[in-house]
Design a protein around this ligand. Structure first.
Ligand code: ZN
Length: 110
């Protein structure tokens, strides 16, 4: 092994931390009205997470199309439907639909 002093696993762990921190920063900026800055942090976070395949646990907090960090109700419209959540980005109009509920296996027949 060459000079790389981080294992892939370690690098991924660090990347995850970094992604988490970038999302925190994005939230702070977005909440103080600095949307463009927040978008920059989101873009950065996504770049890091893509590169290291760090899991994206923040799917509901930003627009996948323009990377705006969502601060409801200021820049996102949230609607709930049948087991679905739809998030409409008020910046670019992108609509994201997400299933509600954690129990994927429990999609029962009741
Ligand atoms: Zn958008």
């Amino acid at each position: 092994m060459a000079r790389r002093y981080l294992s892939k696993k370690q690098a991924r762990g660090l990347a995850e931390q970094q992604v988490g921190r970038l999302f925190e920063l994005a939230e702070i900026e977005a909440r103080s009205g600095k949307d463009e800055r927040a978008r920059r942090y989101v873009s950065l976070a996504l770049r890091v997470s893509e590169r290291y395949r760090a899991p994206a646990r923040h799917k509901r907090t930003y627009c996948p199309s323009c990377h705006a960090f969502f601060v409801p109700p200021r820049n996102v419209r949230v609607r709930t439907g049948k087991r679905r959540l739809s998030l409409t980005c008020l910046r670019c109009g992108h609509i994201q639909r997400l299933p509600i509920g954690d129990d994927r296996e429990g999609q029962a027949d009741d």
